[in-house]
Design a protein around this ligand. Structure first.
Ligand SMILES: Cc1ncc(COP(=O)(O)O)c(C=O)c1O
Length: 447
């Protein structure tokens, strides 16, 4: 086959996104404003209905879908604000899978909490093969200091939240809610913790916009399952705003969504009680600073990209499903295990295609990736377990399943600019590289 160049995950940007960005730039308003607010409502409607074409400009829709989603400048900011609104702080413990990207853990570290890593199930979930948390190990880690469990819908595959909620309910008696101290944020966090009344279930859905799973007998979209959820709209994600992310939460008994939303706004804009848009109103210059907080708002320029991505998103997901079928067939023929993105009860966002090659070690895995690179195919590894990283102690011995999952793992390129011929080129290259490395390692063993 003639050599091709297959990038790992370039953004799929059409003329529609380009035109909308140009419109935003011509509009006279480029930072957080009407486009960001519209994107928030449209994302809320998508999470609620699975539809991307809900009219979110009518009065009814404004009432229904405002104050449900907060767009920010990254998933990391979204996750940190989720934890800060929840009142996570020094002295608290947060349980995080050993198998994830650093942001899942670092957001908890930023809040001053202690991160407790938990291993994944051996070879991942038995049906989807996703490197999913070991729920029994997680349960045994919960103690009186535990305030949140963060799980990751890795690759867009949705975790078993029914099991997770059962666990935190069972451990309810151990939970000690934060007491208020008369300051606005602390008092809100205290009311949230008291209302939830157990360890909070927090979802890192950086990969999972549009994924769904049956929960409580009903198909629910990610964002409407965990107590708090964060999404990433980074350039490599299925749905992008170049950099960006969003927070959402399930309604909390006794607390109005608008109050929670207001705090996300404050925390993402210096704690300032008026945003730049409100301050432009004639004579409305004066503002207060409620807390010395953060700066992580989304701009209308990036929201413009998101609005058009959302128009196209269901089509992009359909295309991803077709692409997966080509990879699935090739991997099944080669005896290579891969993620299963669709089951009777779960439909993923088809973000990543993780494969694991039986019978090889780390060195052979890296050799296959090198050979693929020589054929022009970019591959990746999602993820090197966090305990292997310098920042997290460089010792994975307590997380053998995470290491085992990682050691023979390769992530194949998957993006909507790839043609069927590109996919077949990757499959053919994979077959050749795996066979070559297997032949080579047999020679080394017998030499
Ligand atoms: C699992 C996971 N969580 C969080 C993030 C952070 O996303 P962002 O770059 O939008 O902060 C990433 C980024 O790739 C991720 O893979």
């Amino acid at each position: 086959m003639e050599r091709r160049k297959i990038s790992f995950s370039p953004p799929d940007i059409s003329e529609l996104e380009i035109a909308e960005v140009a419109e935003a730039m011509r509009s006279g308003w480029i930072t957080t404003g009407p486009r960001t607010k519209l994107l928030e409502r449209r994302l809320a409607a998508y999470i609620d209905t699975g539809k991307t074409n809900v009219d979110c400009s009518s009065e009814d829709a404004i009432n229904k879908y405002s104050n449900r989603v907060v767009c920010l400048n990254s998933a990391t900011a979204a996750e940190e604000l989720n934890l800060r609104i929840l009142g996570i702080r020094e002295g608290d413990e947060v349980i995080v899978p050993a198998y994830t990207y650093t942001a899942t853990a670092s957001a908890a570290v930023h809040c001053g909490a202690t991160v407790k890593f938990v291993d994944i199930q051996k070879d991942g979930d038995s049906v989807t093969h996703m490197p999913e948390i070991d729920y029994d190990a997680l349960e045994s880690l919960i103690n009186e200091k535990t305030k949140a469990v963060i799980v990751v819908d890795l690759g867009g595959i949705v975790c078993d939240y029914e099991r997770l909620f059962d666990i935190v309910e069972r451990k309810k008696d151990m939970f000690k809610a934060l007491d208020g101290d008369g300051t606005p944020l602390n008092d809100l966090s205290s009311r949230i913790q008291k209302s939830i009344g157990r360890v909070a279930v927090v979802c890192d859905a950086a990969h999972a916009l549009g994924a769904s799973r049956v929960f409580d007998g009903k198909k629910r979209y990610v964002g409407d399952i965990a107590d708090f959820t964060s999404f990433s709209f980074h350039a490599v994600k299925n749905f992008t705003t170049a950099e960006g992310g969003a927070s959402t939460w399930k309604p909390i008994a006794g607390i109005d969504n608008s109050e929670i939303y207001k705090f996300y706004q404050l925390m993402s804009l210096h704690g300032q009680n008026k945003d730049a848009f409100a301050k432009t109103k004639l004579g409305a210059w004066e503002y207060d600073i409620i807390g010395p907080w953060y700066k992580c708002n989304m701009t209308d320029i990036t929201a413009a990209i998101g609005l058009k991505q959302l128009d196209r998103y269901l089509g992009l997901l359909d295309r991803r499903m077709q692409m997966l079928r080509i990879y699935d067939e090739a991997c099944d023929q080669l005896g290579i295990s891969h993620l299963i993105h669709h089951t009777e009860e779960m439909d993923s966002s088809k973000h990543l295609y993780l494969i694991r090659i039986p019978g090889i070690g780390e060195a052979e895995r890296n050799a296959i990736m090198q050979k693929m690179a020589a054929k022009g195919v970019a591959t990746n590894v999602h993820f090197k377990p966090l305990p292997m990283m310098t920042a997290y102690g460089k010792d994975c011995s307590a997380y053998p399943n995470a290491y085992d999952y990682f050691h023979n793992l390769i992530t194949l390129p998957l993006h909507t600019l790839m043609s069927d011929d590109d996919l077949k080129y990757v499959c053919e290259g994979l077959r050749e590289c795996v066979e070559a490395v297997r032949r080579q390692s047999r020679c080394t063993v017998y030499a």
